[in-house]
Design a protein around this ligand. Structure first.
Ligand code: SAH
Length: 391
């Protein structure tokens, strides 16, 4: 086990429970400096502070797991996983069998995401430290008889920054079928957990989709960045008079078409559109009563923020221009680096330039299965505003 001593004055965030220690806070390391593993953290006066997972290759050198003197072993993970699992069991309705069981830092398990899709789980290990405990994590979920198989999808940017090799494949049990049918609030969705975006579905928009369905009766809806059409399904269910579904991805739109059908809805020809939402919003020559803007993250790094705000402003400006009087805009940013304050300012700037007056009728965020640690506010990545324009 490594022993990591912090520079003088750098112990405050650790004492406050923030789970990350950056390389710049470290004074000296005793033990195997080159290997990934469990590390004890001390302040400059050699007082023990916390225990976490060390990775010499990552800018975030340590992700803290505990502030108590407890062993980091299978029992530790079983306790943390049970704590996370219990929240979902208690709070999600029986008509939803697709949800996030473990939300990284938000469940005090930095580096781990576990999503449930019916009988299958998808695990993502984002840090080399957490990946060391793969078997303990799989063992915990194997005890649940409802689980037919566990699939791993550890890939993407965060893993690259950690020096973690991508790992995709079956971890335990059955191999998942090409698509799985899951239920969300009683609606059916096809999910491709092997190849679909994220772990196959945007579980984080569940509550916002339910909100949309209460607001669309007899309205025309434009669902931009639709992915597999989930907002469109809820729009039809809420008795929208017309729903246009737009995405740039062909596989996403194929799923969208099937998802609409699966729930007993059909789009008219020309209402499922493959295209660039930026271009469409600029050029379309008509108005809508409700527009959803749910773009992918436009800022992956802090340094992308300037460019990203330009993108968000463009989208919101053109969406606001295309709303009918009294129309609604449901606008989102899922960029962790863009604060809610800045996002709201950008949307405000867009409204000023579009010469529309709007009020905020609801603030939208991530649902209960995507909790945010009070000690790690960065985990609140999804922010949204429901706006209503005046005239
Ligand atoms: N609202 C969706 C999730 C959106 S994720 C849901 O509820 O499931 C973002 C989506 O934007 C992805 O499906 C991606 O294919 C799409 N996308 C990315 N760039 C785009 C662009 N320029 N124009 C249209 N769609 C785009």
């Amino acid at each position: 086990m490594q022993r990591i001593y912090l520079k003088q004055g750098r112990e405050r965030p650790v004492l406050n429970g923030h789970p990350w220690i950056f390389s710049g806070a470290i004074e000296r390391i005793e033990g195997e400096m080159e290997s990934v593993g469990v590390a004890d953290i001390f302040d400059n006066k050699k007082n023990w502070l916390a225990r976490g997972l060390y990775n010499p290759k990552s800018q975030i050198r340590v992700r803290l797991l505990t502030w108590q003197n407890e062993d980091i072993d299978g029992d530790f993970f079983a306790r943390r996983l049970a704590h996370a699992h219990a929240l979902r069991q208690r709070n999600l309705s029986a008509s939803t069998n697709a949800y996030r069981i473990v939300n990284g830092e938000g469940d005090f398990l930095p580096g781990l995401i576990v999503d449930r899709y019916g009988g299958f789980l998808v695990c993502q290990f984002f840090t080399a430290g957490m990946a060391l405990f793969r078997n303990d994590i799989v063992d915990f979920f194997t005890k649940d008889n409802a689980i037919e198989g566990i699939f791993e999808r550890s890939e993407g940017r965060v893993g690259d920054e950690e020096g973690l090799e991508p790992a995709i494949g079956v971890l335990k049990g059955e191999s998942p079928p090409e698509t799985i049918t899951v239920e969300e609030n009683g609606f059916k969705f096809l999910v491709d957990i092997r190849r679909g975006q994220k772990t196959g579905f945007y579980l984080d928009q569940r509550d916002n989709r339910a909100f949309l369905s209460t607001a669309v009766s007899n309205r025309s809806v434009l669902n931009c960045f639709s992915f597999s059409g989930a907002f469109s399904v809820y729009a039809f269910a809420g008795k929208a008079k017309e729903v246009v579904t737009l995405d740039s991805s062909k596989p996403a739109l194929e799923l969208a078409e099937q998802n609409l059908e699966l729930n007993g809805f059909t789009s008219e020809p020309g209402e499922i559109l493959k295209g660039d939402a930026f271009a469409y919003l600029k050029e379309v020559d008509r108005k809508f009563d409700l527009i959803v803007l749910d773009p992918p993250s436009l800022a992956h790094r802090r340094s992308d923020i300037d460019a990203a705000t330009g993108g968000y402003k463009f989208l919101n400006l053109h969406a606001l221009k295309h709303l009918s009087p009294g129309g609604l805009l449901l606008t989102f940013s899922c960029s962790q680096h863009l604060s809610i304050d800045l996002f709201q300012k950008v949307v405000f700037g867009a409204a000023v330039d579009a010469r529309r007056k709007a009020n905020i009728i609801k603030r939208l965020s991530q649902p209960i299965d995507h909790p945010v640690s009070l000690h790690h506010p960065e985990g609140e990545y999804l922010k949204g505003l429901a706006l209503r324009v005046l005239d």
